[in-house]
Design a protein. Sequence first.
Length: 584
Amino acid sequence: MRSPAADRRRRHTILTIASTLVLAAACTSPEPGPAPADLILRGGRIVTVEDAVPEAEAVAMRSGRIVFVGPAAEVDRYVGPVTSVVDLAGRLAVPGLIDGHAHLMGIGQARLQLDLLDTRSYEELLDRVGRVVAAAQPGQWIVGRGWHQSKWYPAPAPMVRGFQTHEALSAISPDNPVYLRHASGHAGFANARAMQLAGVTAATPDPEGGEIIRGADGRPTGIFVERPAFRILADAYDASRAGMTDEQLRAERRQVLRLAAEEVLSKGITTFHDAGVGPAYLAVYREAIDEGELKLRVWAMISDTVQNLEEVLAAERVIGYGGNRLTVRAIKSYADGALGSRGAWLLEEYEDDRGNTGHNTVPLETIREAARLALEHGYQLCTHAIGDRANREILDLYETALAAAPDAAEDARFRIEHAQILHPDDVSRFAELGVVAAMQGVHAISDGPWTPERLGVDRTRERAYQFRALLDADATVINGTDAPIEDVDPLVSFYGAVAGRMNDGEVLNPAQRMTRMEGLRSYTIGPAFAGHEEHLKGSIAVGKLADITVLSDDILTVAEDRILDTRVEMTVVGGEIVYRADGF
């Protein structure tokens, strides 16, 4: 018989052994795995645009963020009962594409108006207008956009200052007013009835910063160059809509926004730099976000008069509203017009319009005040400047404004929108001043064929579309489409920047082309940086927003002539598939 002490020793030994076994079991059991992902992409090439890990085999997303980037063998840990796993089947996945400059509501409005973007002659424009007039109500305005006289063959006759005249348009629509915006957005074309309703006669003076083109007899030809001029027509059109109720206007704007977002997401764009939007439309954006309808992310530039900006800037500034769906921290201004309408402000006269150097559309003093307000309120200033004179004047203005407010100027990231024609002496100033060049590769291929007509061959080669020169000077160059002036397809702008092959098959400035990776960066981390959002988007990295674009072909390696055959297969915003192509 054992003693009580022996029993205690025996029980202690048993408990010690048991505790040791439990501890050993705990130490050898597998660690808890990560929480399941909502969406996993694998089975293709994933280009991250991250220098540390440039490529990956799989990416996992949860709660709107990226939680894993790495080998396919390791992503299985993130698979759970409700995880959606997408096999890319060899396709290319890249960071969600960011359009660095376009006009969101304009894209939606273009789908409701007469689309003239692909017209190849004046006769074709007349035919399209005539069909709309035949179905229109008496007195109804016919509104459209997209014509470009330099892309028409044969050229219309007669022409005045390089533009068609209204007589044929007025003949097919004597009673319905017609107002058609130029593809560039910097000119308008009207028939006699529209000009009558707008009160335009031979005695109407040219507004400051714009021009009404006139014939030899002094009468208007129907062409109105630059915003101050065609605003006369727009005001008459707006007056015809004065009877619409606030509810009708709101419903129309929501419809326009739906159409625009649908189009943009289908083109693989996950963030959209909206280059000029007023407070009324910003209210529509917030409403759509609050109701969970707007899946697209919008980085918006406020467009308003400088007199209103003081009040508007304080009321509208927001960063990451609605789960990073809306940021408003930039101001849009305009220094000149467009090259196609001969409104771009040049250092020397136009080759095909002697005596004309374009237009300064907004007084520099007004832009100077906008720069002061931007620095005071924590905004970026984004100024439209196409001509070499406009770019020089704005760089001078920025340099003075930034030097006057050194604390606010630190990392201000002011931008020049378009930067299309640059004098060689001004290229290096972008990097020196920290100014972003927000360019559009598509313009180099669509406008390129007629650019030498405007500038001459030598000036075109020296100053037009200086992608390479800006990059070599260490400037930040971003890409976009300027839609609805062009299609919002990013692959065309990518092609324009890296291939430069114009619609006529020639390459405008071969020495100015980007590399393929530079082209991708100009649509991802570049515009993310240009909007102070590089910590959130622009690359595929753990912790960043789960925004990804999937392409049918590898645009970094395919033959150049296959880039334009590539299509967007899938668009992911915040880990949610918001667009999927048929058959994928």
